[in-house]
Ligand binder design. Structure first.
Ligand code: 13P
Length: 234
C-alpha cells in the first residue's frame, strides 16, 4: 500500500519542515508513505525527513533537462534536491493550466528516464461520467501514459474522479474498484484512489482488491488525519 499526500498549493518551507518533523514522530503503520509539497518546500521536507522511510515527491516536472521554460522545473533539478518522484497530470493541471495527454506523456517519459518515481493521474469529470464516457476518457488518458512508459520504471497511476476532488463526494468503493480494474486492463501497474478520501472512508476504499493506495489532498494537510489514513492502509 502506498499513501501519498498531495499538498497542492499549501505550506511554505517553514510549515513544511514543522509538518515533516511531526510526521516522523507519528505512528504510520507499515505502508509506504510519500509527501508532495510545493516546489519551494521540497528542500525543507527532504531535510526534515532525512533518515526516514518517508519519501518526498514533487507535484509536477518538465520534460526538458533545462531550457527557456519559465516557471518549470526539470527532473535532474528535483533529483539534485533529493526528491524521489513526482505527480504528473493532476486534473488541476489539466483543467487550469492547459495540460494535455501529450504534455502529460512527455512529462512521464522524462521523469521515468531520469529515475524519478511517477504518480500519473487520470479521471473523468462529472459531465463525462453522466454522459457515459468514463471508460473512453480513462482509456484515452491511460493509453497516453502507457505509450510514454515502455519500461514502466517506478510508475503508479492515480484514479481521481474530478467530481470527487475536494467536493466531499467520495466515489463508492464499488465505483472505484470498477474504474481501477478497467484501468489495469490497459496498464497493469498499481492504482491509487484520490478524491475526498478521509480517515473515516479510507478503510472501505482501500479494502477493494484493485485499490493499491491513495493520493490524498485535503486530509493530508494535518499530520493527524494523514497518519490515520496511513494506519488504515497498513
Ligand atoms: P482531496 O482529497 O482534497 O479531494 O484531493 C484529492 C486530490 O486531488 C489528490 O491529488
Amino acid at each position: 500500500m502506498l499513501i501519498a499526500g498531495n499538498w497542492k498549493m499549501f505550506k511554505g518551507p517553514a510549515e513544511a519542515g514543522a509538518y515533516c518533523r511531526a510526521l516522523r514522530e507519528a505512528e504510520l503503520g507499515s505502508c509506504d508513505v510519500v509527501v508532495c509539497p510545493p516546489f519551494v518546500s521540497l528542500a525543507a521536507a527532504v531535510a526534515a525527513l532525512a533518515g526516514t522511510e518517508i519519501a518526498v515527491a514533487a507535484q509536477n516536472v518538465h520534460w526538458a533537462l533545462e531550457g527557456a521554460f519559465t516557471g518549470e522545473v526539470s527532473a535532474p533539478m528535483l533529483r539534485e534536491l533529493g526528491v524521489y518522484g513526482t505527480i504528473v497530470g493532476h486534473s488541476e493541471r489539466r483543467q487550469f493550466f492547459g495540460e494535455t495527454d501529450e504534455t502529460v506523456a512527455s512529462r512521464v517519459r522524462a521523469a521515468l528516464e531520469h529515475d524519478l518515481g511517477v504518480i500519473a493521474c487520470v479521471g473523468e469529470t462529472g459531465a463525462q461520467r453522466a454522459a457515459g464516457e468514463t471508460e473512453a476518457v480513462l482509456a484515452r488518458q491511460v493509453e497516453a501514459i502507457a505509450a510514454a512508459s515502455p519500461g514502466r520504471g517506478q510508475l503508479v497511476l492515480a484514479y481521481e474522479p474530478v467530481w470527487a476532488i475536494g467536493s466531499g463526494k467520495t466515489a463508492t468503493p464499488e465505483l472505484a474498484q470498477a474504474a481501477h480494474a478497467f484501468i489495469k486492463t490497459i496498464l497493469d501497474v498499481p492504482v491509487l484512489y484520490g478524491g475526498s478520501l478521509k480517515p473515516d472512508n479510507a478503510t472501505a476504499l482501500l479494502a477493494q482488491p484493485d485499490v493499491d493506495g491513495a493520493l490524498v489532498g485535503g486530509a493530508s494537510l494535518e499530520v493527524e488525519s494523514f497518519a490515520a489514513i496511513c494506519r488504515e492502509a497498513a
